[in-house]
Structure formats: structure tokens, C-alpha cells
Write a protein that binds this ligand. Structure first.
Ligand SMILES: Nc1ncnc2c1ncn2[C@@H]1O[C@H](COP(=O)(O)OP(=O)(O)OP(=O)(O)O)[C@@H](O)[C@H]1O
Ligand SMILES: [Mg+2]
Length: 334
């Protein structure tokens, strides 16, 4: 099969055009050539012909020119809260089959407040929250500290730092002001869950969706009540001193089953398909809460959470990519 890969590379963006004072994580979500090459290699190993379509306008031009039979989508898109919906929307319009979720799920999941409203309405527990567009809104906030502040529609820990956990009004005000000005979008303020943290890998679609495994992110240098799986942790070259990844979690089967159920219920509520990674964190009393769903989980070999999870449960990177592909082909009947 001719399979086009849709992707956005960090190198496609001109960081120097941003000017001084811009946050250094603005392109954090975008991929490196090594990830695209790894996916292409896996597809070719199955006898497929991978085509590198790129992202944005180039993606549209290449798609029309090369007419692949399937698009393997890892493109984060550019510019808005609907950016992850761009590639699946173009494919849908042109009638070209595409892996991963449809445009609606992509857009709703990227906007964390929208995603929380949808999962909450399906009965999935999630921390209480407010979407703050103007700093004055903080006056009327009726949430219990500690609170957590993060950009409303970013991923890959953009804007997520240790100081995103705010203990009082002055810390919150300072953090929200910084986020509003750095990212130019609303800020999600939500109640902080000070318990254990997990990310759950799910494959499949609709009634066929199933949990592959949960992975616990275990803090080694910080008490769990203060821990943030932040950009500082992820970028630390000595991250092994700060965290350990346990997949499957070293916890009682019943506890893990509860966490996985929250993740699967959220995945189904958001109508996610083919693959997703759901972040779940327990509150101080141990009750698991939905934090966010990634319908386009990063696929960088040896780096992205889902790739690390796959490694730890004894499955290969090739198996990860082929599991996504096979699930999509079964769904699409191609
Ligand atoms: N309400 C919360 N309570 C406790 N911790 C939180 C909360 N929201 C976020 N965090 C912490 O911040 C981290 C990043 O938050 P989140 O997953 O929402 O951001 P992200 O940038 O979309 O993540 P990813 O890197 O998975 O794309 C979480 O893994 C968790 O450690
Ligand atoms: Mg996350």
C-alpha cells in the first residue's frame, strides 16, 4: 500500500522569528526527522511504500500529487485549538483514509476544558476547573487550593512547569499572568491532584477499544503530593534520578483496574479511535481522575511516553506502529 505520512517537524519553524522573551517550548510538540524515519522504516518493513507528505500547505500539495491509499497521521498542525484536526479534516474532505481520530475528537481533546466537559458528562471523574481568559476572572474563582495552571490547548508539557502548581492566590495570579502573555490563549485552572500519576495506552475503536497497559510515573526526588511531570523533568538529561516509569504499575490489580477504567471510559466518551494515551492522576484521597487524552500521542522512539510504555511491557517499537496501522486498516476495511 502507498502510505503517506503527515507530520510537522520542529525544523520547519523559524524560532529566531519569535523574538526575545518568547517561551522556549513553543515547538515542543513537533517531531524530529528521526521519528518520521522510524515510522517509514516500520511501514516499509511490512512491504508498504511510505511517502513523506509533511505538514501544512506542503501536506495538501503532496497529498493531491501522490494520492496515497492511506495517511498515517502524526501531524500536530499549526496555530489554533483545531490544529490537530487539520489533517484528518482534509483527508475526510478528499475521501482519503487516515489513521488516528477524526477531526471532531482531535479538536475537542486538544481543548482541555472541552474534553473535561465531555468526559464529565459521561460520568468520568475529572478535577473541578475554570477556563480563564482574563486575569480578573481569578477574583470569582471558587476552587480549592492547591491549583494547577496550564495553557488550555497545548500538549507536550508546553507551559507545564514545577511552578504550575500554585499554593495560594498570589502564586496563581503570577502564573496565570505569565501563561496568558506567553501563549496568548486561555489558561486552564484546575484543582491539583496530589496522588499517584499514570498514563494509559489504549488501542482500537468503539466497542473494540482496549487498554494495552497503564504506566505509573513514579517521582523519586519529590514527594508525590508536590510532584509535577513537568518539562523540567522531561528535559533533564539525568531524568532517571527524578522519575521511574513502571509499566505495568507495581500496584494492586484492583487499583490498576480502576485507573484503566477511568482512561477507557474517557477514551470512549471522546470517541477516540485507533490509539490514544490517557493521563490519569489520583487525588489526595486516592480516587483516580481524568487529566487529559492525547489522540495523537508522540511516537518518538525511546523518548515518547507511549514508546517507553511499549518497551517496558516487552513489546517493540515496530509492534507499536504496526498495532496502530493494523487497527486502522481493520476499522477502514482496507
Ligand atoms: N489537575 C492536575 N493535578 C495534578 N497534576 C496535574 C494536573 N494537571 C496536570 N498535572 C501535571 O502536569 C503534567 C502535564 O499536564 P498535562 O498532561 O495536562 O499536559 P500536557 O502538556 O498536555 O502533557 P503531555 O506531555 O502528556 O502532552 C501532568 O502529567 C501532571 O503531572
Ligand atoms: Mg499529559
Amino acid at each position: 500500500m502507498k502510505i503517506g505520512i503527515a507530520f510537522d517537524l520542529k525544523a520547519d519553524f523559524d524560532a529566531s522569528a519569535l523574538g526575545a522573551g518568547a517561551p522556549d517550548d513553543l515547538f515542543e510538540e513537533y517531531d524530529s526527522p528521526a521519528t518520521v524515519e522510524a515510522i517509514a522504516r516500520v511501514l516499509a518493513s511490512r512491504g508498504h511504500e511510505p511517502l513523506l507528505l509533511g505538514g501544512g500547505r506542503r501536506f495538501v500539495e503532496q497529498l493531491l500529487e501522490t494520492r496515497p491509499e492511506l495517511v498515517f497521521n502524526i501531524a500536530e498542525g499549526r496555530g489554533s485549538r483545531s490544529r490537530e484536526a487539520h489533517v484528518p479534516a482534509v483527508c475526510e474532505m478528499l475521501g482519503i483514509p487516515c489513521t488516528h481520530s477524526d477531526p471532531l475528537t482531535m479538536a475537542v481533546s486538544l481543548d482541555k476544558a472541552m474534553a473535561k466537559r465531555v468526559v464529565a458528562s459521561a460520568g468520568v471523574p475529572t478535577p473541578r476547573f475554570a477556563a480563564v481568559e482574563r486575569i480578573e476572572q481569578l477574583e470569582a474563582l471558587e476552587l480549592a487550593f492547591p491549583l494547577f495552571a496550564k495553557p488550555l490547548f497545548e500538549g507536550s508539557s508546553m507551559g507545564v512547569r514545577r511552578r504550575s502548581r500554585c499554593s495560594d492566590r498570589s502564586e496563581l495570579r503570577e502564573r496565570v499572568e505569565t501563561l496568558l502573555s506567553d501563549y496568548g490563549e486561555a489558561v486552564l485552572v484546575e484543582e491539583f491532584c496530589g496522588g499517584h500519576e499514570f498514563t494509559v495506552a489504549i488501542l482500537g475503536t468503539g466497542p473494540g477499544a482496549r487498554v494495552v497497559s497503564a504506566m505509573e510515573v513514579v517521582p523519586l526526588a519529590t514527594p508525590v503530593a508536590d510532584f509535577v511531570y513537568s518539562l523540567e523533568v522531561k528535559r533533564n538529561p539525568n531524568w532517571r534520578e527524578e522519575i521511574r516509569y513502571d509499566a505495568p504499575p507495581r500496584r494492586p490489580v484492583r487499583e490498576v483496574a480502576q485507573i484503566e477504567q477511568v482512561a477507557l471510559d474517557a477514551y470512549r466518551a471522546l470517541d477516540c479511535r485507533d490509539v490514544g494515551r490517557v493521563d490519569v492522576r489520583c487525588d489526595a484521597s486516592g480516587a483516580p481522575k481524568f487529566i487529559e487524552l492525547n489522540p495523537l500521542p508522540g511516537l518518538a522512539p525511546g523518548w515518547s511516553d507511549i514508546a517507553l510504555l511499549w518497551e517496558r511491557i516487552g513489546r517493540s517499537y515496530d509492534d507499536l506502529i504496526l498495532s496502530i496501522l493494523d487497527g486502522a486498516c481493520a476499522r477502514l476495511r482496507i
